[in-house]
Design a protein around this ligand. Structure first.
Ligand code: ADP
Length: 315
C-alpha cells in the first residue's frame, strides 16, 4: 500500500511559512499520533521533481535517531506533488513561546542549563553525523510532553518551498546567522550552528534577542555584531579582510571584555559566561566545536541542570 494511506489526518496544528501541519494517527494503531507537515513545494520541484541532494538529506534525517532531534518517520507525496513529512508530534509548543511569555513563565539558570545541554547534545549528534542544521533558533526547538527539547526544521521545508506562496507572516530571520555568512565565506562548517546556539543561550538568559537588527538587514546585522562582540579584524580573525563580503562600521569596537559580557549575563554565572563568549567567537575556526561545548565545565558546575519533570511548561 501507499505510505499516505497509512495515516488518518485530523485537525490542523498550525501553519508556518512554508507548510501546514496536521495531527494524524496511524490506521494500524489509532493511539500512535504523528504530525504531518504538508509543504507547499516550489515550481522547480513541481517541474523537475525532488533533487537527488534533497532525497539524500531526507534519507539522512530519517536515520538520525537522537532523543533531542525530532523524529522524521517518513515522507510521501500527494496530489499536486505536495510533499508530506511525517514527524513526531510535539504538542508543548516551542522554546520561543516560553521565552516570550514573561507574564506567566519564569525559569532559573538550572532550567537554562538543562535546555542548553539538550540542544548542545542534539548539535553534537548532527555534526558527528555530518549534518549541519543551519537554522537554529528558539522557535525551531520544540518541546515534548515529557519536557525534552527537540531540534526541528532542518532547512528541508525551505529547500522545497514555493518562494511565490504568499502565506507568510513570520519571515526567515537572520538574527541567528554568524558573521562568516554575512562575509560570504567559502569555508563554512559546523561553527555556523554553534554561533546560533550561542544566540539562543543569550536569549534564554536575557529573554530578548541578542542581535536584534532592526530593520532586519545584513548591514544592520554586521553593525550590531560589531557593537556587541567587537569589530572583526585581522587580529581577532586572520584572513577576514580578504573575505568577499567584508565590511565594518567606520568606528572600530575592540573585542568586548569578559566584564562587558558579565555585565549583561551575570545571572548564568562566570562559567556560563565563559561558555557563551566562546560560542560567540568571531573567527569560526576559533569558535568552540560541538564536542568542545560538551566538554566545557559549565555542565558540571553548580547549579546542576534541572530534571525534565521540573522544567517549566506552557500553561
Ligand atoms: P514552517 O517551517 O513553515 O515555519 P513550522 O515548522 O513552524 O512551519 O510549523 C508551523 C506550526 O505547526 C508551528 O508553529 C507549530 O504550532 C506546529 N507544528 C510544527 N511541527 C509540529 C510538530 N512536530 N508537532 C506539533 N505541532 C507542530
Amino acid at each position: 500500500s501507499q505510505e499516505r494511506d497509512k495515516y488518518i489526518k485530523g485537525k490542523k496544528l498550525g501553519s508556518g511559512q512554508y507548510a501546514d501541519v496536521y495531527s494524524a494517527h496511524l490506521v494500524s494503531d489509532p493511539s500512535k499520533l504523528v504530525a504531518i507537515k504538508k509543504i507547499k513545494v516550489g515550481p522547480e520541484v513541481k517541474e523537475f521533481g525532488i533533487s537527488y541532494d534533497s532525497l539524500r538529506e531526507i534519507k539522512f534525517l530519517q536515520e538520525l535517531d537522537h532523543p533531542n532531534i525530532i523524529k522524521l518517520y517518513s515522507v510521501f507525496s500527494t496530489k499536486n506533488q505536495n510533499l508530506n513529512l511525517v514527524l513526531e508530534q510535539l504538542p508543548q509548543g516551542d522554546l520561543l513561546k516560553l521565552i516570550q511569555d514573561t507574564q506567566n513563565i519564569s525559569y532559573t539558570p538550572a532550567d537554562i542549563k538543562s535546555w542548553m545541554l539538550m540542544l548542545s547534545r542534539a548539535i553534537w549528534f548532527c555534526h558527528a553525523n555530518f549534518v549541519l542544521h543551519r537554522d537554529i533558533k528558539p522557535n525551531n526547538l520544540l518541546i515534548a510532553a515529557n519536557g525534552e527539547i527537540k531540534l526541528a526544521d532542518f532547512g528541508l521545508a525551505r529547500s522545497f518551498a514555493d518562494p511565490y506562496q504568499p502565506m507568510t507572516y513570520n519571515t526567515i530571520t537572520i538574527w541567528y546567522r554568524p558573521p562568516e555568512l554575512f562575509y560570504q565565506t567559502q569555508y563554512y562548517s559546523g561553527a555556523v550552528d554553534i554561533w546560533s546556539v550561542g544566540c539562543v543561550f543569550a536569549e534564554l538568559i536575557a529573554r530578548e534577542v541578542l542581535f536584534r537588527a532592526w530593520p532586519e538587514s545584513e548591514i544592520n546585522m554586521v553593525k550590531i555584531i560589531c557593537e556587541k562582540v567587537g569589530t572583526p579584524s585581522e587580529d581577532n580573525w586572520p584572513g577576514v579582510s580578504k573575505l568577499k563580503g567584508y565590511v565594518t562600521p567606520t568606528e572600530i569596537t575592540p573585542l568586548r571584555s569578559r566584564d562587558y559580557w558579565l555585565g549583561a549575563f551575570r545571572a548564568i554565572g562566570d562559567v556560563g559566561v565563559d561558555l557563551l563568549m566562546k560560542m560567540l567567537t568571531l573567527d569560526p575556526r576559533r569558535r568552540l566545536t560541538a564536542e568542545d561545548v560538551l566538554r566545557h565545565s559549565f555542565w558540571t558546575a553548580d547549579p546542576r541542570p534541572s530534571r525534565l519533570e521540573d522544567l517549566p511548561r506552557k500553561g
